[in-house]
Design a protein around this ligand. Structure first.
Ligand SMILES: C=C(C[SeH])C(=O)N1CCC[C@H]1C(=O)O
Ligand SMILES: [Zn+2]
Length: 596
């Protein structure tokens, strides 16, 4: 009968959680070894270990199907069965599973090893994405050099299309074996809400007016700097925004500031002056988390993390945080550069580690974010306090005594160049991939569909004409590495909901008090705020995400009002400035061509 079956179900889940933890540890070690030393032998080992684990996941899957678990009375038990009833790519037969993982690993290897030639010195063809190309995109103001790097990087990655096509086919096969129509459904499962796509579209519509004002202002300033290469009313050429993907624009702040005549805080310069190192960057990040009563990094973190690019081997440089599922071993791998952008990324990565630490005693299936967006939001939430001028002054990275309102607005603008600019990018990546998994976008129009979305949502155009011979999406790590991207759009909205909640708890923000605006809040050393955040983090994925959201914010839905409130002063200023400059908000059709 069902009671006896449920009792057996408890024992099954207890044993399964233990085996799952051991398997996750083994697979993570093998994946770490490949990502931190890209060799054929490490690929071989990682393929074999993950195939073994996938085989065991299939066996568990068959046993889960023997239980009538949907009729169990205990919600917690049902939830764990539900998580084990979907096994993703592991559902594939071994040969297909290994083929899929090899396609992804090979694309990651191309991405990690890609090198291009220096624009100013054709004999040096040893420039990698990190740190060289990232630094050129951030600091060069030579439009021809920027174009060269932008085009050459994409040439180096376009060969990945040959792996991408079977990657799509095999991913969809796995989704169908899990009873989903295509891979996008598997990716959206963790949001546990079949109206989620509509909620995301609504959030985008809420923030789009603010994005359009920022876009119009930045296009005006770029036209001042670069002239006619920037159309007055058309999309912005994508190589001029200070970032290889034009996903965040903070690196062009210096010549586009609202108030260019006030002293600009150059945090990177100050970090260099104070002899910051990669390790010091992570120690500073850790001290913030400790100050609000979250957890210090365990010893193994400092012993086993890779915080700087090694000179003796090829590694996957894209920053990542790793949970080895043994409650003790948590690591970051990052090719850290000493600059303010990487200081924020360090907080971002350590936010993942804090989440791992807070939910490490949960049953294995619950050792995840409440949803993928929550996991991406933790570190950024701390960065919102860290990047306030109040905090930077507190820790000596701003040496002036006080701020005037113009400096405060300049700082808000810099944060807007990161957070507002990102929103359409965070949305369009999976809009492009969902249509591919659904079969609406086929290999014949992968690239031109990509540029259609880049123009429609971001108001960008390529610096040169494109065609279906190109495969520009592969220039982005998450596309070749099979990492869903919607999580970042979600994070960039909910991190402001979380910020509003923790700032109110810290008494750092009062809704109608102009003396305590949201964008000047710093929760540093406030344990009330930290304890409230900790309670949400400890839940992991034990409950649907609205319960976790409610635990911290009192709300059960995502909403952009926190973001809009945080940037209100900037939005007001941008509208005035755009009117004063007589610029047209929005963009006309691009004159660039994409040859199908
Ligand atoms: C830093 C990470 C590792 Se989870 C990352 O991929 N991020 C952080 C923000 C957006 C996204 C990106 O770089 O594209
Ligand atoms: Zn992340």
């Amino acid at each position: 009968n069902i009671e006896e079956e449920e009792a057996a179900g408890y024992n099954f889940i207890r044993a399964t959680n233990k085996k799952s933890e051991e398997n996750l540890n083994k697979a993570t070690i093998a994946d770490w070894n490949y990502a931190s030393n890209i060799t054929d032998i490490n690929l071989e080992i990682s393929l074999n270990v993950s195939a073994e684990v996938a085989q065991q996941d299939k066996e568990t899957w068959e046993q889960v199907k023997q239980f009538d678990w949907k009729r169990f009375s205990c919600a917690n038990l049902k939830r764990q069965f539900k998580f084990y009833s979907v096994i993703g790519n592991a559902a594939l037969p071994e040969a297909e599973f290994k083929a899929l993982k090899k396609h992804i690993s090979d694309m990651e290897s191309v991405y990690a090893k890609a090198k291009i030639c220096d624009y100013n010195n054709k004999t040096n063809c040893d420039l990698a994405l990190e740190p060289e190309l990232t630094a050129i995109l951030a600091n060069s103001r030579d439009e021809k050099e920027l174009k060269h790097v932008w085009v050459e990087w994409r040439k180096a990655l376009s060969k990945c299309k040959a792996d991408y096509i079977p990657y799509v086919t095999l991913s969809n096969q796995a989704a169908k074996l899990n009873n989903f129509s295509d891979n996008s459904e598997l990716w959206l499962l963790n949001y546990e809400d079949d109206t989620f796509k509509d909620q995301v579209q609504t959030l985008w519509e809420q923030v789009k007016p603010l994005y359009l004002e920022l876009h119009a202002y930045v296009r005006f300033k770029l036209r001042e700097k670069y002239g006619d290469v920037v159309p007055e009313k058309g999309p912005i050429p994508a190589h001029l925004l200070g970032n290889m993907w034009a996903q965040t624009w903070n690196n062009i702040a210096s010549f586009t500031l609202p108030y260019p005549d006030v002293v600009d805080y150059d945090i990177t310069a100050e970090m260099l002056k104070q002899n910051f190192t990669a390790t010091k960057i992570f120690e500073v990040a850790e001290s913030f988390f400790k100050s609000i009563n979250l957890t210090a990094m365990p010893d193994l973190f400092w012993q086993r993390s890779i915080l700087e690019k090694p000179k003796d081997r090829e590694i996957v440089c894209h920053a990542s945080a790793w949970d080895f599922y043994d409650g003790k071993d948590f690591r970051i791998k990052m090719c850290t550069d000493v600059n303010y952008e990487d200081m924020n990324t360090a907080h971002h990565e350590m936010g993942h580690i804090e989440y791992f630490l807070q939910y490490r005693n949960q049953p294995t299936p619950y050792r995840n974010g409440a949803n993928d967006g929550f996991h991406e939001a933790v570190g950024d939430l701390i960065s919102l306090s860290f990047s306030s001028t109040k905090h930077l002054r507190k820790i000596g990275l701003i040496t002036s005594k006080t701020d005037n309102n113009e400096q405060l607005l300049n700082n808000l603008y810099k944060i807007g160049l990161e957070k507002i600019a990102f929103l359409p990018f965070g949305y369009l990546i999976d809009l492009w991939r969902w249509d591919i998994f659904a079969g609406k976008t086929t290999p014949e129009n992968y690239n031109c569909k990509w540029w259609e979305l880049r123009e429609k949502y971001q108001g960008l155009e390529p610096p040169v004409d494109r065609s279906e011979e190109d495969f520009d999406p592969a220039a982005k790590y998450h596309v070749v590495a099979d990492v869903p991207y919607l999580r970042y759009f979600i994070s960039f909205v909910i991190q402001f909901q979380f910020h509003k909640a923790v700032c109110e708890k810290a008494g750092e923000y009062e809704p109608n008090n102009p003396k305590k605006p949201l964008h000047e809040c710093d929760i540093y050393q406030n344990t009330d705020a930290g304890n409230a955040l900790k309670k949400m983090l400890q839940m992991g994925a034990a409950k649907p995400w609205p319960d976790a959201m409610e635990a911290l914010t009192g709300q059960r839905t995502m909403d952009a009002s926190g973001l809009l409130e945080y940037f209100k002063p900037l939005h007001t200023w941008l509208k005035q400035e755009n009117t004063k400059n007589g610029v047209q908000v929005g963009w006309e059709k691009s004159k660039r061509v994409c040859v199908r």
